[in-house]
Ligand binder design. Sequence first.
Ligand SMILES: *[C@@H]1O[C@H](CO)[C@@H](O)[C@H](O)[C@H]1NC(C)=O
Ligand SMILES: *[C@@H]1O[C@H](CO)[C@@H](O)[C@H](O)[C@H]1NC(C)=O
Ligand SMILES: *[C@@H]1O[C@H](CO)[C@@H](O)[C@H](O)[C@H]1NC(C)=O
Ligand SMILES: [Zn+2]
Length: 448
Amino acid sequence: MFLFALCLYLGKLVSSGGSLEFRYHNTVEVERYLRDVNNTFDFTHLHSIGKSVEGRDLWVLILGKNPAEHRMGIPEFKYVGNMHGNEVVGRVLLLQLIDHLTRGYLSDPLVTRLLNSTRVHILVSMNPDGFESSSRDCMYSQGRFNKNGIDLNRNFPDAFSKKESGMREMEVRAIMDWLKTESFVLSANLHGGAVVASYPYDNSNGGSELQSGSSVAPDNDVLIQLAKTYSYTHSQMHKGDHCYDSKDFKEGITNGYYWYPLPGGMQDYNYVWGQCLEITLELSCCKYPPESDLPGLWDANRAALLAYMQQVHLGVKGQVLDAEGNPLQNALVEVEGRQNLCPFRTDRHGEYYRLLLPGNYTFRVTFPGHQVLMETLTVPYGPDSFSALVHNFQLQRSAAATPGPSRPTQSCTPPQVWRPLGGHSPSLGPSGVTILLVLLVLRDTMLL
Ligand SMILES: *[C@@H]1O[C@H](CO)[C@@H](O)[C@H](O)[C@H]1NC(C)=O
Ligand SMILES: *[C@@H]1O[C@H](CO)[C@@H](O)[C@H](O)[C@H]1NC(C)=O
Ligand SMILES: *[C@@H]1O[C@H](CO)[C@@H](O)[C@H](O)[C@H]1NC(C)=O
Ligand SMILES: [Zn+2]
């Protein structure tokens, strides 16, 4: 009887107070917890978006009023944690966030309004293999990479890189496929080793985007506002305190490239090809802090994680319709003065979402066989009311030639040449291995 009770107790990840314990849960425990949540709360939906190299599922928990599928006008939001396996604070915070959201729905007003207006996707760990192999160390990079020794935040297609290998790791392919199945609007990717909110671009090829050492994206104003929302809602990030030898970050934010150029990163990929604005959150100086630090880290980040989600309601949303009111898929919705590398397009529901700060904006909406539509809208601040401005564009048929985007665009299809990776990385000779190891050790303190 005692043993039975003990087993029951150990089987629970929830402490006597009813909340999730502040400790590091391994992959099996996380999966058990997520299944538990999925079975307990009808406003959650659990699915796997793929597998890691070692065959661990990449579980995504969706929370929202209608978690199983997209609903018109409900923006899709995501958080991704633990992309670098040894950067574990984000993983812990996302589990705590799930706990907070599930306990607060229909009782806490902010949580209720968030989940009634937004579909929230949480990938607690993008790199479970790395996590399982990491050592509890503040600085070193044991566990950072995936099983093939690849840095997942250097493995995405890159709009600025000329030499593109096209070899994608399984975890990266899973994210790329995920972005095709959901039209994400806003995202953040949680890391550790510094305390700062870093925004796109992370890379540059020295073109017009490169301005005073920053790689400036067309939606720079929005990206800065997003990063500041996090840093100022966080208890300390906005103070710009630095860790070890990292830079001072004014207001706790930085342009990614200005900090250091990073090819093949996930945030640029989301922004350029997924039309999803993503920032990178560095959440602690120590990548793998002692468990006793975790409650304080949750307190420091809780309000910021919620406020950032609320920013998904910036700007304008709606549909592009033809003269008969049918939704048009793949219509281009461009905002004057914002030359996105790939123009934003409507999804399969004819929907678009455009994060914009309050102000007046001229939209240019185009679809083959239809007249170009130009409309100017006054955009209010949406987050306070948990909704962006709703505006549908209606296009009229045209006999004239098909209009294109406002200017020539480069190919907006990312490289698709994927070589299947059978669990091994490209071979290196012994001296190559030695040099690589030396380089890795040297770079350890600056890898974030
Ligand atoms: C989630 O819960 C639903 C309803 O209880 C169940 O049908 C489904 O199989 C669960 N999903 C997972 C991945 O466990
Ligand atoms: C949220 O949605 C639920 C379920 O439809 C509803 O009962 C509740 O009143 C809504 N609450 C708010 C604050 O929108
Ligand atoms: C936006 O347009 C409205 C109506 O034309 C005008 O009253 C307002 O001053 C404009 N706002 C800005 C920020 O330019
Ligand atoms: Zn990292």
